[in-house]
Design a binder for this molecule. Structure first.
Ligand code: NAD
Length: 499
C-alpha cells in the first residue's frame, strides 16, 4: 500500500505519530493508500521550519520570487495530466474535470507571477513641507492553509502561490481524503527552485488543524471547507489573534425567468448540478422556476440528466464519477429517499445505481426533485451530491425573496433575456458571486472568490486583490527630508498638523 507522508523543509518527512488515515479509490471502494496524520508536535516542527525560512524568504526580492513562480507555472503546465490523474484516483472526478481544476489553479499561479505589479504600493509626495508618505504592504510570516476534499489541487493553489509571492511561508494541511495532489504540487515547487521550508505540507485531521489554530507562530489562516468547520476555524483562529478567512458551504440557486432560453437553462442546470457529482461549492443545487415554464423546464432537465453516463473517472466515456466515500453516498441517498415524505415529486431517483464489476465503488446516479418545499431537508441542507431540487414561484420577487432567505450566499445565477431584470437581480441578490446566464460564476483569478452569509467568515475573499490584501499587511511611512537650505524646524509640542 502506498503511504503519503509529510513534505517539510523541502523533503519527505515520515509520519511520526504512528497514526494513519485510509485513502480510498472511490471507483472501487478499495483502500489504496494510507496518509500520515500529524500530531501537534509534528505540526509544531513544520511551523518552526516555515518560521526559519521566513527570515530569508520574507526579505527576498520580487525578482527572486517571480523567477520561481514562472518556473512553477511551466512545470505545472507540463504536469497537468499527472496531477489530474492523482485527483481522479483519490477524489473520483472524471479526468477532464480534474484537468479543469488544475487549469483554474494554474490561473492563480499566473496571477502570482504578476506580483511585481500588484505590490507596488502608493506614494504621495509633498504632503507637507519636505514630507512624503509611502504606503507599503509586507508579508505576515507563517500562513496556514486548510483545504477540503473536493478540489485537492485547485483550492490549495487558491492560497499558497499568492501567499508565497507576497513573501510569506506556508504550511498546507490538505484534506486527508485525497492528500496526494498536494505533495505533488509541493514537489513541483521545489523543482521550480523554491527554497526549502517556504512551502510545507502537513497531513492530518482535527488534531493537526487545532494545533495550527493554536500555534503562536502562525500569523494567518486560510480555510475552505464546510460551514460548521469554517465557523469553528474563524472563531478559534480569531480568538487566538490570527488573521483568518474561512470559506464555507453553499446552496446555490439558479433563477429561471419565463423569458429565458429554456434549452440553454436546462443545459446549464444539468452541467452545474451534476458536474463533479455535485461535489462543488459552486454547484447549482436549487433551480427556482418562475411562472408557467416550470413543467417544460423540468422535462428538459430530466431528458438531459437521463443521458449522463456515470462511471469511473479514468474511463474517458464517463461524464460523472462516484462520490468521495460510501458514507457520504449513503447520506446523499437518504435525502432522495426522504424527499417524497417531505412533499417533493421524485422525477429521477439515482439511488441504487452501480457500475458492473465495480460494485463496491461509491456510486449514485442523478436525482431530480420537483416541487421541493423550503422547509424540507433536501432544500435546507447542503447535500453535496448529484441531487437537483426544483422550486416554483409565481413571480421574480418571490424567487428573489426565496433565495435571499437562504442562510448561504455563495454563488447564484439568473437565466433571462431581460437585461433590466438581470441588472435588478445582481443588485438585489444576497450572494458573493452572481452569474447572468452563467451557472457557475467562479471569478477569474484577478477577481476575488467568496460568498456572503454562512458561506464565508472573515472580511477577505480569496485570491485576486483580496488575496493579496489578506496575505500582506499595510504600513505607512511618513518621511521628512528637509531641503538643505531649510532652517531647523525647532521644538513644537503641538500635535503634528498639515494646515
Ligand atoms: P470539511 O469542512 O469536512 O473539511 C475541510 C478541512 O477541515 C479538511 O482539511 C479537514 O481535515 C478539516 N476538518 C474537518 N473536520 C474538522 C474539525 N472538526 N476540526 C478541524 N478541522 C476539521 O469539508 P470537506 O467535506 O472536505 O469539503 C466539502 C465542503 O467544503 C462543502 O461544504 C463545500 O461547500 C465546501 N467548499 C467550499 C468552498 C468555497 O469556496 N466556499 C470551496 C470548496 C469546498
Amino acid at each position: 500500500m502506498k503511504t503519503v507522508n509529510h513534505w517539510i523543509g523541502g523533503k519527505t518527512v515520515e509520519g511520526a505519530s504512528g497514526t494513519y488515515g485510509p485513502v480510498t479509490d472511490p471507483a472501487t471502494g478499495e483502500v489504496t493508500t494510507q496518509v500520515a496524520l500529524a500530531s501537534a508536535e509534528e505540526v509544531d516542527a513544520a511551523v518552526q521550519v516555515a518560521k526559519e525560512a521566513f527570515l530569508s524568504w520574507g526579505q527576498s526580492s520580487l525578482a527572486a520570487r517571480t523567477k520561481v513562480l514562472f518556473a512553477y507555472r511551466a512545470l505545472l503546465d507540463a504536469n497537468r495530466d499527472a496531477v489530474a490523474e492523482l485527483i481522479t484516483a483519490e477524489h473520483g472526478k472524471v479526468h477532464s474535470d480534474a484537468l479543469g481544476e488544475v487549469a483554474r489553479g494554474l490561473e492563480i499561479v499566473e496571477l502570482a507571477c504578476g506580483i511585481t505589479t500588484q505590490l507596488k504600493g502608493e506614494l504621495s509626495t509633498s504632503v507637507s513641507n519636505s514630507v512624503d508618505v509611502a504606503a507599503i504592504r509586507q508579508p505576515l510570516g507563517v500562513v496556514a492553509g486548510i483545504t477540503p476534499f473536493n478540489f485537492p489541487a485547485m483550492v490549495p493553489m487558491w492560497m499558497f502561490p499568492l501567499a508565497i509571492a507576497c513573501g510569506n511561508t506556508f504550511v498546507l494541511k490538505p484534506s486527508e481524503k485525497d492528500p496526494s495532489a498536494s505533495n505533488k504540487l509541493a514537489e513541483l515547487m521545489a523543482e521550480a527552485g523554491l527554497p526549502a521550508g517556504v512551502l510545507n505540507v502537513v497531513h492530518g485531521d482535527k488534531v493537526a488543524v487545532d494545533a495550527l489554530l493554536a500555534h503562536p507562530d502562525v500569523a494567518a489562516v486560510s480555510f475552505v471547507g464546510s460551514t460548521p468547520i469554517a465557523r469553528h476555524i474563524h472563531t478559534t483562529a480569531s480568538a487566538n489573534g490570527k488573521r483568518v478567512q474561512a470559506l464555507g458551504g453553499a446552496k446555490n440557486h439558479m433563477l429561471v425567468l419565463p423569458d429565458a432560453d429554456l434549452d440553454a437553462a436546462a443545459d446549464a442546470a444539468v452541467s452545474a448540478a451534476y458536474g463533479s457529482a455535485g461535489e462543488r461549492c459552486m454547484a447549482i443545487s436549487a433551480v427556482v422556476a418562475v411562472g408557467s415554464i416550470a413543467d417544460t423546464l423540468v422535462d428538459k432537465i430530466r431528458e438531459r440528466a437521463e443521458k449522463i453516463k456515470v462511471g469511473p473517472g479514468n474511463d474517458p466515456t464517463s461524464e460523472m464519477g462516484p462520490l468521495i466515500t460510501a458514507a457520504h453516498r449513503d447520506k446523499v441517498a437518504s435525502y432522495v429517499k426522504g424527499a417524497a415524505a417531505q412533499g417533493a415529486d421524485v422525477v429521477l431517483d439515482g439511488t441504487g445505481y452501480t457500475v458492473e464489476g465495480k460494485e463496491n465503488g461509491h456510486w449514485i446516479g442523478l436525482s431530480l426533485l420537483d416541487n421541493v418545499r423550503t422547509d424540507s431537508d433536501a432544500y435546507r441542507d447542503e447535500i453535496f451530491g448529484p441531487v437537483l431540487c426544483v422550486l416554483r414561484t409565481e413571480t421574480y420577487e418571490e424567487g428573489v425573496a426565496l433565495i435571499n432567505a437562504s442562510p448561504f450566499g455563495n454563488g447564484t445565477a439568473i437565466f433571462t433575456r431581460d437585461g433590466g431584470a438581470a441588472r435588478r437581480f445582481q443588485l438585489e441578490i444576497q450572494a458573493g458571486m452572481v452569474g447572468v446566464n452563467v451557472p457557475i460564476p467562479v471569478p477569474v483569478g484577478y477577481h476575488s472568490f467568496g460568498g456572503w452569509k454562512d458561506s464565508l467568515f472573515g472580511d477577505h475573499h480569496i485570491y485576486g486583490n483580496d488575496g493579496i490584501h489578506f496575505y500582506t499587511r499595510g504600513k505607512v511611512v511618513t518621511t521628512r527630508w528637509p531641503d538643505p537650505s531649510d532652517a531647523p524646524a525647532g521644538v513644537d509640542l503641538g500635535f503634528p498638523r498639515n494646515h
